[in-house]
Ligand binder design. Structure first.
Ligand code: SF4
Length: 345
């Protein structure tokens, strides 16, 4: 079966008698656009499939084909159902969320774009938190920024992969942004959206990356000071342009550069976390932890996404439940995590 046919897998196995009817597999039987997490109050909603971009390192367009947006009505219905099931946070994902609707923009009337989808989700559901991932920097429009800035239910959290910080590497990677456009975009976003948490992703050791290229990336990251960074060493994907390029960087050099980058980011993350000490923030409780008889809890603020970011550890969390939205006071900070106490549950 192809990736887009997986929803038929369980029915097919049942039809062939290979899976008993009495054995539900809920994660496979719901629409493939809904990806559950281990915390039942958070869910992912995939708003499209495929990708129209041609980043040199990436095999996703080869595997998943061109971009196809899901109709708004289906997405709103699925999000509303998730809300009824108790989901408090929906993470909108696809390969480039800013591209939503662009595959159908020549229709008459033109297909709705991401801001239209966000407005429809706000109007058609009661879900308190929407978080948007994987936004191609050049696709973030003023309309989108205004919406994020003015709608409390769309979290002031932006995941904007830049992939590198050297213009030469960005060109080799076939990315449209350059240092100057990345700087401009970050400046506009921080000015327009108060309390913004900015996350990015970078690749270390793309073929041809020199010490100077890597140094340029470190300088840019040190200057911009993203609140969160996901950094990965380059890995070769068959069939991509990068696989055929010269100058593949030895693994030990990639690992050394990655370590250096993470040292820089750890310091930035710690300093950003320190700035939050004393603040009162809204948080979503993920789970309770019994720490030798003391009831603690793990929660996340609007600036902490599930699985990829740090969390807020709450001591003495009597009275809170997983899935509840509470107010916390940040009392201490670690490199990536925060320590808080419950002030309102
Ligand atoms: S990195 Fe993302 S935007 Fe680029 S081709 Fe791959 S999926 Fe598309």
């Amino acid at each position: 079966m192809g990736l887009t046919e997986l929803q038929g897998l369980v029915p097919e196995l049942r039809k062939r008698g290979l899976l008993p009817d009495s054995q539900p597999i809920s994660t496979m039987e719901q629409p493939l656009r809904i990806l559950s997490t281990e915390t039942p109050h958070t869910s992912y909603l995939k708003i499209s499939e495929g990708c129209d971009h041609t980043c040199a390192f990436c095999a996703i367009p080869l595997m998943r084909g061109l971009h196809r947006s899901q109709p708004i009505a289906d997405l709103v219905r699925e999000a509303a159902e998730l809300g009824i099931q108790g989901v408090k946070e929906i993470n909108l994902i696809l390969q480039d969320t800013t591209w939503y609707g662009h595959d159908r923009r020549r229709l008459d009337p033109p297909a709705p774009l991401l801001p239209d989808l966000l407005r429809a989700l706000l109007a058609g559901t009661d879900v308190p938190w929407f978080r948007i991932f994987y936004m191609y920097p050049s696709g973030i429009t003023p309309e989108l920024v205004e919406l994020i800035a003015n709608e409390a239910r769309i979290l002031p959290y932006l995941d904007m992969p830049i992939q590198h910080g050297s213009d030469r590497m960005l060109q080799l990677m076939r990315r449209p942004e350059r240092q100057v456009t990345i700087r401009e975009r970050v400046e506009q976003l921080r000015e327009a959206i108060p309390e913004l948490t900015l996350r990015t992703t970078v690749i270390v050791g793309f073929p041809g990356e020199t010490d100077d290229d890597f140094g340029e990336m470190l300088d840019l990251l040190g200057e911009i000071r993203f609140e969160r960074i996901g950094a990965f060493t380059y890995s070769l994907e068959e069939g991509t342009r990068a696989a055929e390029m010269e100058g593949h960087v030895p693994v030990e050099v990639m690992n050394e550069r990655l370590g250096e980058l993470m040292d820089v980011q750890r310091e930035i993350s710690f300093e950003k976390n320190e700035e939050l000490v004393g603040r009162h923030l809204m948080a979503l409780v993920d789970r309770l932890v019994d720490d030798d008889g003391d009831l603690d809890a793990i929660a996340r603020t609007t600036g902490q996404a599930l699985d990829v970011d740090g969390a807020t550890n709450l001591c003495d969390a009597v009275g809170v439940q997983p899935g509840s939205m509470i107010e916390v006071e940040i009392v201490d900070s670690l490199d990536y995590d925060l320590i808080g106490k419950v002030t309102q549950s």
